[in-house]
Design a protein around this ligand. Sequence first.
Ligand code: FAD
Length: 317
Amino acid sequence: MSILIIADVKNRTINPSTLEMLSAAKKIAKNNTMPIYILIPFGNIGGDSYCSSEFKTFILDLNIEQYSAHVLVKYISSVIREVNASYIIGMHTPFSIDYIPALSVSINAQCITQIHSLDVAERITVTRGSHAGKLDHHIVINDTPIILTVLPGSFEPYTITDVQTQHITTIHIPEVNKHIYCNFITKDMKDTSLDEADVIVGAGKGIGSRENLSLIYEFAKVFPHSAVAGSRIVCDYGWLPYSKQIGITGKSIAPKVYIACAISGSSQHVAGIKGAKTIIAINKDPCAPIFNVSHYAVVADIFEFIPQFIDFVQNNA
Ligand SMILES: Cc1cc2nc3c(=O)[nH]c(=O)nc-3n(C[C@H](O)[C@H](O)[C@H](O)COP(=O)(O)OP(=O)(O)OC[C@H]3O[C@@H](n4cnc5c(N)ncnc54)[C@H](O)[C@@H]3O)c2cc1C
């Protein structure tokens, strides 16, 4: 029995979230009684720094230009068999979810996606959100092998202290079929305002229309060094550009304060706000899941609360 982590890849390099999977693996490994392996899916993407005496690293000598889920599944499956992996961990990102369903079928393993925590007692229990984050499923693992995908931002990143390259094994891949070649296209997002703002005000579907964004902009103006962002639905509707989308398929933010306005708090949105020092949520539904992760909860209609708040600040400044 062993644990295999499959490094995540973003912008042609290893996604640092890979270190979160190491923390999850260390928990599962229960006092290091189970060996941990890391598999780096491509050569020349910085895999050399993901090795240590604590775990063994495999690098697939595959050019990222030759990426295809089909090829990855074939070689990852053979590594899984070689190390007799019982727990296979990937990140829940566009890269991993491209090949993980096929991997699950290939090795005949169950797959539990988007886990955000795990508990290791006599048996391992993983937790994932459901019903737009309103419920948590606790799933006890009875059978292995099992594949888990981890929601980014759910575990503290592990720190590799002793990088030791002698623990790397490179797996040479013969020439792959060029007909299955495909490539990643990353959308150009030059907007840095969300990286620099101290306060970010997030708009959710509950704002109702693009015109109502003016209220959110007025609200943001109350705070110095502020910026406006939104949930995916708001960007899908075209009310804000995708460069302003927060979440697992948008930006991860780390402002001093994040104010979520009429945002329900889906796990995909929450994955992008975990770096915020203080989270304030305004929602008219007292059971909105965003309140589970917020430090301050305002149960109110934004169209009543925000004008009164602006009025109060302007008359008391
Ligand atoms: C693969 C995948 C990736 C995704 N990636 C992302 C992502 O990166 N980012 C993201 O945000 N989402 C993402 N989503 C979508 C996500 O699942 C949710 O659908 C989305 O986050 C919900 O947006 P919302 O909170 O604005 O809308 P809703 O869930 O519809 O919530 C609206 C909220 O507004 C409240 N409300 C309504 N009117 C008012 C009012 N007048 N005053 C106060 N409160 C009010 C309601 O009570 C409700 O809680 C992804 C989904 C998938 C499947």
